[in-house]
Design a protein around this ligand. Structure first.
Ligand SMILES: [Zn+2]
Ligand SMILES: [Zn+2]
Ligand SMILES: [Zn+2]
Length: 265
């Protein structure tokens, strides 16, 4: 079976348009639905369904892509925009008679399940993971790598015919992670801010491009796109669709992610 990775959501921590914002980016997205973005996550589809993260838009994303089952979930880190959809797997797991879902979480975050999602304990099988681990799934081997976002945040390198590194929510990754990218074909990379001078634990678009170009990876897909700039403590409109197209033209191999984007594996 041809497996593929689908970008379920390409947005930052808020859906785009953002309910509290009247900037030109949000107003344009209100008029043109294809410019809307849900919270960042991805799905590997093949013999099984493997999600990378389960954000608050999970159910609508699965419905949009007609994904009717979940076998595995790889969690990158314990932030609302990446885990708030986990509660939604409770009833479907019982109603559809699925086996417990295998959930892979960085080992320091395991205790959060018993604190925050105790009611899921019969629905899932928890697997603690650490950077360097290899997870053997039916459709791909997954390598766990460290990212620079929270103390225990991780990314995943999906090793199938195509090798895809999914590094969402990161600033400059540690050297040991960069070394793991040598044989990677596609890098899906955090580019949360459109401004260039952020001091957050996220890449800006330009920082992400600079990092990608420092590696040998041929193709880069920018994701976790807030679509805004943070400048002088103001949240303002970011790049226009035309400016994004121009950046893609100037950087061969670069694409901005969109909801529903497909990467063959
Ligand atoms: Zn995030
Ligand atoms: Zn806005
Ligand atoms: Zn985060």
């Amino acid at each position: 079976m041809n497996s593929r990775l689908i970008i379920l959501g390409s947005g930052g921590p808020f859906t785009l348009p953002q309910f509290f914002c009247e900037c030109s980016t949000c107003e344009t997205a209100r008029k043109e639905p294809e410019l809307r973005r849900t919270r960042a996550s991805a799905a590997i589809l093949g013999e099984e369904v493997t999600l990378i993260d389960a954000g608050p838009d999970l159910e609508m994303q699965l419905e949009r892509e007609r994904i009717k089952r979940i076998d595995n979930i790889l969690i990158t880190h314990w932030h609302y925009d990446h885990v708030a959809g986990l509660g939604a797997i409770d009833y479907p797991q019982v109603m559809c008679g699925w086996d417990p879902i295998d959930v892979f979480v960085e080992k320091s975050s395991i205790s959060r399940f018993s604190r925050e999602l105790e009611y899921l304990k019969d629905r899932i099988t928890l697997h603690p993971v650490s950077p360097g681990d290899l997870i053997a799934l039916r459709d791909a081997t997954i390598q766990v790598v460290r990212t620079s976002h929270t103390e225990d945040s991780v990314g995943y390198i999906v090793k199938s015919d195509t090798r895809v590194a999914y590094l969402v929510d990161t600033a400059q990754p540690p050297e040991e992670t960069t070394r793991c990218l040598n044989d990677v074909d596609v890098m899906v990379l955090d580019a949360m801010f459109d401004s260039t001078d952020t001091k957050w634990r996220h890449f800006s678009v330009q920082e992400a491009i600079d990092y990608w170009k420092s590696t040998s990876v041929k193709t880069c897909v920018l994701t976790h796109l807030s679509g805004h700039r943070w400048e002088n403590r103001h949240w303002i409109a970011g790049l226009t669709p035309e400016e994004r197209t121009e950046i893609e033209k100037q950087n061969k191999g670069l694409r901005f992610a969109y909801d529903g984007m497909r990467i063959p594996l």
